[in-house]
Design a protein around this ligand. Structure first.
Ligand SMILES: O=c1ccn([C@@H]2O[C@H](COP(=O)(O)OP(=O)(O)O[C@H]3O[C@H](CO)[C@@H](O)[C@H](O)[C@H]3O)[C@@H](O)[C@H]2O)c(=O)[nH]1
Length: 478
C-alpha cells in the first residue's frame, strides 16, 4: 500500500515547508510530529541538501514512518552542493529559492495528490506565500524566531518613517529606538540586527516578508505566553490569529510521554554527526560547574575570535564544554597556544556537535555561552540554565537584549569579543550573580512547563490550530 492509500481520508492534507536551515528544520519537524500525533495528513518538504544530511546523520526519516499520514518530499534549494550554507553567505539562498525553487514548488503544489488543503510555511519563505495566494490555498505561517524579534522586524517600516533607521554609524549605537511598541524604553540601535545597520535589499525583503506574516490565515510562533505575553498583546492588534505553541521541543516531549511514545532524548534532527561522548565527560563533572558553549549552525568565526573566547574560558578557571562545528572557523590553521591546550585538557571538552537538548538538561551544566539563536535560547529557558549571549546576526541581537534586560536570564556581550570580557562574564554568571540569574531561570522554566501541560496556553493553542485546520475555519477575529 503506498502512502497515498494509507492516509486517513477524513483528515485534511497539510504541506509543511521550512527554510532549509538547521534552526528552522529542527522546530518545524517538532511541529510536524505534534500535528502527526494529532492525526493530520502531512507532507514535509525538505530541500534535497537538508534531506541528505538528515538521512546521513539521523533516524528521523524512519522515525516518521510510524505515522500513516506522513510523507517526506524534497525540492532543490538552487545552491550548488559545495556552497557553505552558513554565515552571511547563507543569505544567497533567498535568491535561488526565488529563481529556482519557486516555479518547481508551484508545479509540485498544482500536481500534488491528495490536493493540499493547507500550507504551513516558514514565515521567511515569501515564495510560499506568493504561490499559496496564486493558487488560493489557505496558508498558516510559522516564524521560527521569537515574538519580540518578529515584532521588531514588523516595525521596520515604522522605524524608517520615524527617521530612526538607518543607523548612522558606530557612535549611534546606544541611541534608543522608540517606534517599536512595547520596547520603547530599552531597545537600542545596537540591539537591532546587522541588516538594519545598512539599508539594502535584505532589510527590504525581511521587512516585506514579516508584513506578509500578519496577513495569512494564522501566525504560529514557537514561544509561550508567560515569556512574551506583553509583546504578543501588541502583535495581536495587527494579527488576531496568533498561535503560541512553544517551547516546541518541550511540548513534543510532553505529548510523546502522554502517548507512551519513544523517549525524546533519542531523537535527533541534526545535520551533523552527534558526538555523545561529551555526556560521559559531563557525568564526571560537579553539579552546575560547566559552561556549555555553542554558537548554533550558521555562525562563522575568525580564528582571532575563537582564540578570544578560548582564552576567556581558560582564564576564567571554570570547566567548559565547547561545540566547534565543522566549518565554524574557515581560516583555521593558526597554531593553538600551549596554554590553551593545557587549560582545555584540565577543564575542557571540545566536540564538533553535541546532543544539545540533553547537554542543557544535564545537571553538570551551570551556564550557556550562546549566540542567542531562538532554539538555543528556548532550550536554555526550558532547562533553567542562565545565559551569556554573544549574538552573531539577525534576530539574535534582539533575543540577547530580552534575555538580559527583560527576562533577567543572563548577560549580553553584544558586539564585544574580548578575552577579558569573556572571563569576567563567565565569572559573573557562574559565581558573582549566580543566585540572581538562577532564580529567574528556575521560575521561567517552571512557567514553560506549565504552558505545555494539559490546559496550558501552548497546549490549548495547538489543539485550536488542529481544530482550525480540520474545519478549515480560521476565525480571524479569535
Ligand atoms: O552542537 C549542537 C549545536 C546546536 N544544536 C541544535 O541546533 C539548533 C540550533 O538552532 P538555533 O539555536 O536557533 O541557532 P541557528 O542554527 O543559528 O538558527 C537559525 O534559526 C533560528 C530559528 O529561526 C534563528 O533564531 C537563528 O538566528 C538562526 O541563525 C538547536 O536546536 C540546537 O539544539 C545541536 O543539536 N547540537
Amino acid at each position: 500500500m503506498d502512502k497515498e492509500e494509507q492516509r486517513p481520508q477524513t483528515s485534511p492534507h497539510v504541506l509543511i515547508f521550512p527554510l532549509p536551515a538547521q534552526g528552522h528544520v529542527n522546530s518545524m519537524l517538532k511541529l510536524a510530529e505534534l500535528l502527526a500525533l494529532a492525526g493530520l495528513n502531512l507532507t514535509f518538504l525538505n530541500s534535497d541538501f537538508v534531506h541528505e544530511q538528515l538521512l546521513r546523520h539521523t533516524d528521523v526519516v524512519s522515525r516518521f514512518l510510524k505515522y500513516a499520514g506522513f510523507e517526506f518530499r524534497t525540492i532543490p534549494d538552487g545552491l550548488p552542493d559545495e556552497h557553505p550554507r552558513a554565515g552571511h553567505a547563507f543569505m544567497e539562498i533567498f535568491e535561488t529559492l526565488e529563481s529556482i525553487t519557486k516555479p518547481i514548488f508551484k508545479e509540485m503544489l498544482v500536481n500534488m495528490k491528495p490536493r493540499v488543503d493547507c500550507l504551513l510555511a516558514d514565515g521567511v519563505l515569501g515564495i510560499a506565500v506568493d504561490v499559496a495566494e496564486e493558487l488560493g490555498i489557505p496558508i498558516v505561517q510559522f516564524r521560527t524566531i521569537s515574538a519580540c524579534s518578529t515584532w521588531a522586524y514588523f516595525a521596520v517600516p515604522d522605524m524608517i518613517q520615524a527617521g530612526e533607521l538607518p543607523i548612522k554609524g558606530k557612535e549611534d549605537m546606544d541611541r534608543l529606538i522608540t517606534s517599536v511598541p512595547g520596547m520603547e524604553t530599552f531597545l537600542r540601535c545596537r540591539d537591532l540586527p546587522g541588516f538594519c545597520r545598512v539599508m539594502d535589499s535584505t532589510l527590504q525583503r525581511i521587512s516585506e516578508d514579516t508584513r506578509k506574516n500578519f496577513k495569512g490565515h494564522g501566525l504560529l510562533l514557537n514561544t509561550f505566553e508567560d515569556l512574551e505575553g506583553d509583546i504578543l498583546s501588541h502583535m495581536r492588534t495587527k494579527s488576531p490569529n496568533i498561535y503560541t505553541v512553544g517551547p516546541l521541543h518541550l511540548h513534543l516531549r510532553t505529548r510523546l510521554c502522554d502517548s507512551n511514545q519513544t523517549l525524546f532524548d533519542q531523537y535527533s534532527s541534526s545535520f551533523y554527526e552527534v558526538d555523545r561522548s561529551c555526556l560521559s565527560w559531563l557525568d564526571k563533572q560537579p553539579k552546575g560547574s560547566v559552561v556549555y558553549v555553542s554558537f548554533g549552525s550558521l555562525t562563522v568565526l575568525s580564528s582571532e575570535q575563537v582564540f578570544e573566547f578560548w582564552f576567556g574560558l581558560v582564564n576564567s578557571g571554570k570547566r567548559f564544554l565547547w561545540v566547534l562545528r565543522p566549518g565554524i572557523m574557515p581560516d583555521e590553521g593558526k597554531n593553538i597556544p600551549v596554554e590553551l591546550m593545557e587549560g582545555s585538557k584540565k577543564r575542557g571538552c571540545i566536540v564538533s556537535w553535541a546532543p544539545q537538548e540533553e547537554v542543557l538538561g544535564h545537571g553538570a551544566i551551570g551556564g550557556f555561552l550562546t549566540h542567542s539563536g531562538w532554539n538555543s535560547t528556548l532550550e536554555s529557558v526550558v532547562e533553567g540554565v542562565p545565559m551569556i549571549c554573544w549574538p552573531y546576526f539577525a534576530d539574535q541581537q534582539i533575543n540577547s537584549r530580552f534575555v538580559s534586560q527583560v527576562w533577567g536570564l543572563g548577560l549580553d556581550m553584544k558586539d564585544l569579543c574580548d578575552r577579558h570580557i569573556v572571563e569576567k562574564m563567565v565569572n559573573d554568571l557562574m559565581v558573582e550573580r549566580r543566585e540572581e540569574f538562577l532564580k529567574s531561570a528556575t521560575k521561567m522554566a517552571k512557567l514553560a512547563k506549565e504552558c505545555v501541560n494539559v490546559g496550558g496556553s501552548s497546549y490549548c493553542n495547538l489543539d485550536r490550530l488542529v481544530e482550525d485546520i480540520r474545519s478549515m475555519n480560521f476565525n480571524l477575529e479569535k
